[in-house]
Write a protein that binds this ligand. Sequence first.
Ligand SMILES: *Cc1c(COP(=O)(O)O)cnc(C)c1O
Length: 294
Amino acid sequence: MKIDLQIQSPVQQIHSPLFDEHRVHVFVKCDDLIHPFISGNKWRKLKYPLLKAQAENKTHLVTFGGAYSNHLLATAAAAAKFGFQATGIVRGEEVDNDTLFLCRMHGMKLMFTDRESYRDKPALFTKYFGDDESAFFIDEGGASPEAAKGCAELVAELDEPFNHIFCACGTGTTAAGIIDGISENNLRTEFHGVPVLKGDFMKAEIDRYATALIPYHLHNNYHFGGYAKTTPELISFVKDFTAATGILIEPIYTGKLFYAIFDLIKSGHFESGSRILAIHTGGLLSILGMKERF
Ligand SMILES: *Cc1c(COP(=O)(O)O)cnc(C)c1O
């Protein structure tokens, strides 16, 4: 089966009185529209690892994630679509939720593992699949150099210039790919990452995967307390943004991303006339696990 998806995702302008006031233009690259479950950056990240698996005659994808992982579901759906078997090793005690239900629907086998063993993923892979010639290891969140290569392609798809490109950072792989893409295409666009986790490790993570040595910005103050942490202010922002633009976002990644962009515009961070592109990395299903926070 040919491993490909139509991924030239559309770019759409969004409007707000705030943007007019500061004379900036804001656009969204809607990677969430690539596929309902092989969503956004997760498809870009899986593309080259899957081609590599196929080239090595590996037919069984083994990957890792938390119980709400967008990456697990993307891998399950991609495996089903492109004819692989899939196993998801899930962190923590056995639970059920919408994400895991949809993983199973796509034929993924789930194995739950205690948090201690979960830390060493290569060891888990060897323990359970060391003898399985067909098994192919894909790290948590899909992080790998091949994954960054897939994300770099996003930049070549742009047919208009932007002064700034923003994206949310989890493992930092998508950010690394976009930075490489900016460099490969000789653009003067500035890259801005918005880490959704608390801590100062994101630069090191991005630099592990990026091959280009160009400067970029990280906005470390928009994690709202840490991964999947929210505040009432973030929740109302997500609600207001969605209602005002018709573009659904969620509180874990894209909510923090757009909150940061609005906040930076408010503080006069951008020159008048700036064209700002936000990457909508998808992952919308996660909002269903957070309904009680709204
Ligand atoms: C996984 C994910 C990210 C983070 O991507 P990284 O490459 O791990 O930094 C961002 N947004 C969404 C919606 C995601 O699901």
